[in-house]
Ligand binder design. Structure first.
Ligand code: FUB
Ligand code: ZN
Length: 587
């Protein structure tokens, strides 16, 4: 593997999005979604399910302050399990001293601050930054002196820490905290949250590992894997890359950590040992031996994204091959025409091959987002049209449809066929909401949409030293620094409605480099017009040489309406067609 050929996402500071479609979306996130979500995190949206997120951080901060005032080392109370989703008996009168909400509620903040960071890069906003700084103060005040930072345990008792990796999401909270902290640091240069994230990551790096006395566990809900790679990229501290690789390498090894953990917990709690659904956690076998996408769909694609990151950073061919097999399993057998994945509500999971029901489909918004994460990482290692096609499909048809046009209501599940009366009458459809919801108690999806939309340019453009790749046709301007100088691309695009795209180049003096453009799979006869020879490889058009000011490249991607039939093995789709045009699946 030639690691230098791999690409990385473009620095968001180098992009300005101005096209009618994506500018509207990013502005919607900035003007509506981010303020709305801040209200949601503070439980200020009438009629919406409560988040309790900032309530929990404030309470954890008070606990830390009290322990500091007492001048004593923080002495944790005995851990009390208060349920996966702890709600007050009387919602109008919550107890100020109790943790509420899902045990991973901290991530509501982390995703929000991540979106805030991306948005500030595009659009500096003093008031928003001040709100974010205050929120960061609240969050950092909750961290223990040792660096641990998950309010569920800080409030409910620290002696439960890392005792239930399978279900209790502490490492998921770490992962999101890192992602949020990196984004905010890159936007503002302020490192308070980044330092807190590093301290938590250091705490975790001390606890987990192969040395005597260290824990050989790994996340029950993946994300730390890819987040730690990001932390490594920012801090250059190899410890974080090693920790990510450790989590990936340990998953599914024998003796199985989750099975052992269940045995220990059953003994401690004086109860029978329960069976562990290892498939749900992608822990049936070591990841390099896996070839079918199984289990909880969001967890799966977050894991595969982390695997792709580690494969790229370390040149690990066997990990890359596993990613390629898992990708094929998804795309060949488990992908909806909308880019949705995770066909069954049971376990929010992938079903068996070709089981893609339309009405009971789960197709969680977060799973489509995770698929876009995975696709982008595969593109970074190997620019092949299919990765870009699937990323685009998921983004336009399941990610964006998860949010209303006013940015104030959201879908969590995205079935392909909905009969409202059936949804109200049939408990097999209880997960389907017939209208978008103001918020969710388990609010994983809305802030996930905000963070991916506000960083969309990082999915559209990746680069290495001498190449800039365009995977998605956002309109705007992109600055790329090549060894011989800086080239600015002005892209005029009306995607996803029109496939005529003009790229005009600006440079003070000739700049040498390669530009690559994805030729979308949905276009039967793409055309590229330029003054340079065009080389096509793996569905990308490459143009190389010296670029001069004013030079243009015109891309024509005609968009005939297409009727698409599913593979015959998808029996639910017998005698049906999907109507698509360009990247959009209409019905
Ligand atoms: O468990 C955290 C998040 O909540 C998952 O990613 C979603 O699927 C939802 O279950
Ligand atoms: Zn979700």
């Amino acid at each position: 593997m030639d690691l230098t050929r791999f690409t990385h996402p473009i620095d968001l500071h180098a992009v300005s999005i101005t096209d009618p479609f994506w500018q509207r979306e990013t502005e919607l996130v900035r003007r509506e979604v981010i303020p709305y979500q801040w209200d949601a995190l503070n439980d200020r949206i009438p009629g919406a399910e409560k988040s309790w997120c900032m309530h929990n951080f404030r309470l954890a901060g008070r606990i830390m302050a009290q322990s500091r005032q007492q001048g004593a080392q923080y002495t944790p109370q005995a851990y009390t399990y208060r349920g996966y989703n702890a709600l007050p008996d009387d919602p109008a009168h919550p107890d100020e001293d109790k943790f509420y909400g899902f045990l991973f509620q901290d991530t509501d903040f982390s995703k929000w601050i991540e979106a805030v960071g991306y948005s500030l890069i595009q659009h500096p906003d003093e008031a928003l930054e001040a709100t974010a700084d205050e929120a960061i103060d609240v969050v950092c005040a909750a961290q223990t002196p040792e660096g641990y930072l998950d309010t569920y345990y800080i409030i409910n008792g620290m002696d439960g820490v890392f005792q239930n990796l399978r279900d209790h999401h502490e490492l998921y909270c770490l992962g999101h905290l890192i992602e949020g902290a990196v984004s905010y640091y890159q936007a503002t240069g302020k490192d308070k949250l980044l330092r807190a994230a590093c301290r938590f990551a250091d705490y975790v790096a001390d606890f987990f590992g192969t040395a005597d006395g260290q824990c050989k566990g790994y996340p029950g809900h993946e994300i730390a894997e890819m987040a730690l790679v990001r932390l490594y990229e920012v801090t250059k501290d190899e410890k974080y890359l090693r920790l990510s690789r450790f989590f990936i390498d340990e998953r599914g090894q024998e003796p199985n950590y989750f099975v052992e953990e269940e045995r220990r917990n059953a003994e401690r709690e004086h109860r029978p040992v329960r069976s562990v659904n290892l498939a749900y956690h992608q822990a049936v076998k070591p990841v390099r031996e896996q070839d079918e996408a199984i289990g909880h769909a969001v967890r799966a694609v977050y894991l595969y994204s982390g695997m792709a990151d580690v494969a790229r950073m370390t040149g690990d061919d066997s990990l890359k091959s596993a990613c390629e097999r898992l990708w094929r399993s998804i795309v060949q057998e488990k992908l909806y025409i909308t880019g949705g994945i995770g066909a069954t509500q049971i376990g929010e999971a992938f079903s068996y091959a070709y089981d893609l029901p339309n009405d009971t489909a789960y197709s969680e918004t977060c799973a489509a987002i995770g698929l876009a994460f995975f696709a982008r990482r595969m593109l970074q290692m190997s620019p092949q049209r299919e990765y870009g096609d699937v990323m685009e499909l998921a983004l336009y048809n399941t990610v964006l449809s998860g949010m209303a046009l006013d940015g104030k209501s959201f879908f969590y599940v995205n079935p392909l066929s909905v009969v409202p009366s059936a949804c109200h009458a049939d408990s097999r459809l209880q997960h389907v909401k017939t209208v978008r919801q103001k918020w969710f108690g388990c609010a994983c999806c809305p802030p996930n949409i905000a963070r991916i939309v506000s960083s969309i340019a990082a999915y559209a453009f990746t680069e290495n030293e001498d190449t800039l790749l365009t995977h998605l046709y956002l309109g705007g301007s992109i600055r790329k620094t090549f060894p011989t100088g800086t080239l600015t691309l002005s892209i005029a695009s009306d995607m996803p409605w029109d496939g005529h795209i003009t790229v005009t180049l600006h440079a003070d003096s000739p700049v040498s480099g390669t530009l690559g453009f994805r030729l979308p799979g949905w276009c039967p006869n793409p055309n590229v017009t330029a003054d340079k020879p065009v080389r096509v490889a793996d569905g990308y058009a490459y143009l190389s040489g010296d670029w001069h000011d004013g030079e243009t490249i015109v891309l024509d991607f005609p968009m005939p309406v297409r009727l698409i039939r599913a593979n015959n093995r998808v029996h639910e789709d017998m005698r049906q067609v999907a109507v698509t045009r360009g990247p959009i699946t209409f019905c």
